[in-house]
Every structure is written in C-alpha cells, then in structure tokens.
Design a binder for this molecule. Structure first.
Ligand code: ADP
Length: 522
C-alpha cells in the first residue's frame, strides 16, 4: 500500500528494512488509526511514530516522562537531519519562547514534551494555536503504562492526558509501552480513550538470557563472588536498599572486584561518574538499587544478579532485560529468601492507600510464583505478558536441570473440585486449608467442613498443594483474579481435567520443598 516506505526509511534513518511489526504499525499510523504498541525495550518503538511524523503534515507531539531520554532522542534525530525539538523544565523561558516560535513557523516535525508541561495552563493554549496554524498530526504517548496503577511506574499526571482526546478529538493517538499485562493494556486503552485501537504486541522472549533462581542461603555472598569471578564481562547486582548497595560495593572492592555503587542517595555528580565508568568498562560491576537502569543502554552486560528479589515481575523483566542487549549469551540470577519477602511485605503494609496495598501484594505474589515455580521460567515469565510459550526453553535452571515429572491428575481433580465446591470465591491458601481439613474458624463459620472435598487432601503438605496450584496456573488449567485477592477461578481447561479428559503432570521438586518448607510465605 505504501511502496515508498522502505525508501523513506532508508532516506531518513539509513536502515535497509523494517523490523518485524514496524511496517504494519507505520502503515496504520499513516491511516490515522489509534494504536497501542507493546514492544520490549530496544524493539524499535520510536521509529513507529518518528517515520509517520515525517510523512504526515503538521506536528507530532511526543509525550515522554524522562527528560534525559527526551534529550537523547532529539539529539539523535537532529544528527539524522530530522527537525525535532523538546520543551521541558530544563530550559529557561527565553529558550522556551524561541522554540515555540520555531514550532509555529512550521519548521518542526517532532516535539517532545513532558506530561506536566503539556498539561500546564500556559501550554495548552499554545498547542491550540499550533493545531490551528500548522495542525497536530499525532499524539505519541511514550511509556504509556504510566497511566496505570497496575504498571510498575504509575504517574498520576499521565491520567490527565485524556484531556488531549477531549480537546483534539480528531487527532490520532499512538500509545507505546515496553511492559504491559492484559490489565495494564486495557487500562491504557480506557484512560487514554483510544478509539477502536489496533493493538500490536511483539514477542517479549529474550532467547539469549539464561534465567535461574537460587535459594538465598547463609553463604550468599560467596555465591555472588563466584558468579562474578566465573563470568567474563560486566554485570549489575540489584539490591533493595541503599545501605545494602553500599555494604556490598565495599565488600566486593575489598575482594578486588572493581565494583561501584549506584543509588538515589548519591550526589548527581557521583552517580553520573559511576555510570560513565561502568559504561566505559572502567568498572566491571555496578551495585545498584532500582534507581539504576532507566535509559542505560550498555549492550554487553553479561550478568544481572538480584541479590534481593524484585517487588514485581514487570520490574524484574526490565531489570533482567538489561543483560545481553547485544544478543550474546548472558545470565540472570535471583537469590530468593524468605527474609526479603518479609522486608517487602513490611513496606507494602506501610502504604496508606488500601488499593495500592492490594495491587502491591498481588504483584509480589506473582513474583513469588515465578521464583518458586517448577515449570520453564521463560514460560512463566512470558505468561505474565499474555504470551504463550511452549515450554522447554532449554535455557533456564528448570529446563536444564528438570525436576522429575509426576502424574498428579488425581490431585489436580481434587484441587479443582474444591475450587468449584467453594464456588470460585477463595484464594489458594483457603482452598488448601479446606483440602487439608483445617479447623480454621472461617471454614467452620461458612460450613465448608461439610463439603465433600473437605479433608480429602490430608496426605499432602501445604507446600505440595501450593506447588500443584501454581503449576495449574502456569499451565493455564486454572485462573486467578488480578484484583489483589487472587481468587481462584475455573476455566474450560479446568473442566476437562475434572472430567478426566486431560491428564496433569507437574514437575516436582522434593528437595526444593524441603529447603523452603519453613521459608515459604503463608
Ligand atoms: P525502544 O523505544 O523500543 O526501546 P528504540 O526505538 O530506541 O527502541 O530502538 C532501539 C534501537 O533499534 C535503536 O538504536 C534504533 O535506531 C534501532 N532500530 C529501530 N528500528 C530499526 C530498523 N528497522 N533497522 C535497524 N535498526 C533499527
């Protein structure tokens, strides 16, 4: 339909061909469709609004929350001879005025702006003028997951972006994000009021990453040291607190590893110095809190270690995803222990908003599921992004060192029947209590001790039932509500199991159960 697109791509960006998905997206953008684009970081999202911006009449307004990234993108575009500019709080009023004049002169194709600036009382009338004089061709909302409380980086000002739809109903919107679960995706569509958007979702699979979970034992530091010494090249070690970052960096330096700290408590100069040293390979290992990483593009990171577990899967995917951007093999390790869960739970309980608490608990539970899962890690991870993966990736600990697989069809039938008998209104812990015949007051009050499934699972431990429950979820044979309560629901596959039309095997790990027995959260 647009035979000239390849030529335009070559002419403006110097690339020979589109990456998977880009051509379709760009074609639809040129047809003025609303679009939601979900692609992993580095997938090539920017081109999806940059090229249409050049081919369409008028100005494309790009909303981006990170000032540093905005400046980077504009610089790169300018180097390619593309007329782009940005407006944000780093500019004085003289510069702002002169850039505004330049825009009104119709000389700019792409304007990057922060959401705060965009929604300010002074800016919207300016935008009206732009629309009137030269026309706004598209709104591109980068990092669109920021509209959702269910994402990993909620920003209330993003919510107000729906103003744009009301003020400029005829201008199409492109929403872009690197991480979006079903929930976040539908939030973006509703909050930004996208009109019958075409949704493009690229694969999130990072084939070159080896994923592993190790129980966090007493000698975790020695294990870390071993990983660092055995792996060539640079790496990032994530910790939950600044204090731990400092301690660990100090200890590693003492052990002759060139490691530097990075956290929000350091001065701006110190942070940027450390970052530059890491990028230039003057320091091999960065010990960091999650403050490190946004916008860092070091392609040859060979390992990412989570010395403490992440708070949620989305952050974990982002943080681990900083390894191996060059496509070469790399390793992502999580040290998983009960103590860290307690720390995170404590901080969740400090939240005053009950809705926020629920969301954070739900996200933590997903992370625990990943860490304790016995199925292929890649399958579990991609499952959270709504992506089906056939399993047996051959590049994670569970696939390389498979646990023995056992037929648990009978147990699965018991479990699912119990969910059905409890009318699909309870979470995993409750169902397991009923199965194991617990004398829990709530069970007695509800009369659930009279159910036929009460006490039929006494022969298995809580951890064994939990392992089965988790595996049923991972295999799609059971569903869990995403509202923070984690209510278990049956689906069509669950009924096949209950009707004996479908056998269930699960990977069992007696050793793991033994190790974590006293450690798994209740
Ligand atoms: P994202 O915004 O999805 O994180 P970017 O838009 O920054 O990713 O793109 C990542 C890299 O891929 C950039 O260096 C970009 O120039 C490059 N890139 C994007 N599209 C193409 C293409 N069709 N051919 C070659 N390189 C591309």
């Amino acid at each position: 339909m647009y035979p000239h697109l390849e030529q335009a791509l070559k002419h403006h960006f110097g690339y020979d061909s589109f990456r998977l998905g880009q051509r379709d997206i760009i074609t639809q953008a040129l047809q003025n469709r609303d679009l939601l684009i979900v692609m992993p970081t580095g997938g090539g999202k920017s081109l999806c609004f940059q090229l249409p911006a050049l081919l369409k009449k008028g100005l494309t307004v790009v909303v981006s929350p990170l000032i540093a990234l905005m400046q980077d993108q504009v610089e790169t575009l300018r180097k390619n001879g593309i007329s782009a500019t940005f407006l944000n709080s780093s500019l004085n009023s003289y510069k702002v005025r002169s850039r505004e004049q330049y825009i009104l002169g119709g000389k700019v194709k792409l304007l990057y702006v922060s959401p705060e600036r965009l929604l300010s009382e002074r800016f919207l009338p300016f935008l009206d003028l732009v629309n009137h004089q030269i026309g706004i061709s598209t709104f591109a909302i980068d990092e669109a997951h920021c509209v959702s409380e269910w994402g990993h980086d909620f920003r209330p000002e993003y919510r107000q972006l729906s103003t744009l739809r009301q003020r400029y109903p005829g201008v199409p919107t492109l929403a872009l994000t690197a991480t979006a679960t079903d929930r976040v995706r539908s939030d973006i569509i509703t909050q930004l009021q996208l009109k019958q958007p075409n949704v493009h979702i690229a694969s999130f699979n990072r084939q070159n990453i080896y994923y592993e979970i190790r129980p966090k034992k007493k000698y975790v530091y020695t294990e870390l040291l071993e990983i660092i010494r055995k792996t060539e090249g640079s790496g990032i070690v994530y910790c939950l607190t600044r204090k731990k970052v400092e301690e660990l960096a100090f200890k590693l330096q003492h052990d002759k590893i060139s490691a530097l700290p990075y956290h929000a408590g350091l001065s701006d100069t110190e942070r940027s110095e450390n970052q530059t040293k890491f990028i230039r390979d003057d320091a091999r290992v960065m010990i960091a809190t999650i403050a490190f990483g946004m916008g860092i593009n070091k392609p040859d990171v060979r390992f990412v270690v989570h010395y403490d577990i992440s708070r949620n899967i989305e952050s974990y995917y982002q943080e681990s995803g900083r390894a191996g951007r060059d496509g070469e093999p790399c390793r992502c390790t999580v040290f998983y222990g009960y103590g860290d869960l307690k720390t995170i739970e404590w901080s969740i309980n400090q939240k005053t908003d009950p809705q926020e608490q629920l969301i954070a608990k739900h996200q933590l539970r997903q992370m625990i599921d990943y860490a304790e899962g016995t199925d292929c890690r890649r399958t579990i991870l991609l499952g959270y992004f709504g992506e089906q993966f056939a399993g047996n990736c051959g590049n994670c600990d569970n696939c390389r060192h498979p646990k023995p697989v056992e037929d648990w069809t009978i147990e699965a039938m018991k479990f699912l029947s119990c969910v059905a008998r409890c009318k699909e209104r309870f979470g995993m812990a409750y169902i397991i209590d009923v199965l194991r015949g617990s004398k829990n007051q709530k069970i007695i009050q509800r009369g659930h001790e009279k159910l036929s499934t009460y006490g039929i699972g006494k022969d298995k431990t809580v951890d064994e039932w939990r392992m089965l429950g988790r595996s049923l979820l991972h295999q799609g044979l059971l569903t869990q509500s995403a509202d923070g309560y984690g209510v278990l629901k049956l689906n069509a596959h669950s009924w096949e199991v209950m009707r004996r039309q479908r056998p269930v095997s699960i990977a069992v790990s007696p050793q793991q159960i033994a190790t974590w027995k006293t450690e798994s959260p209740k």
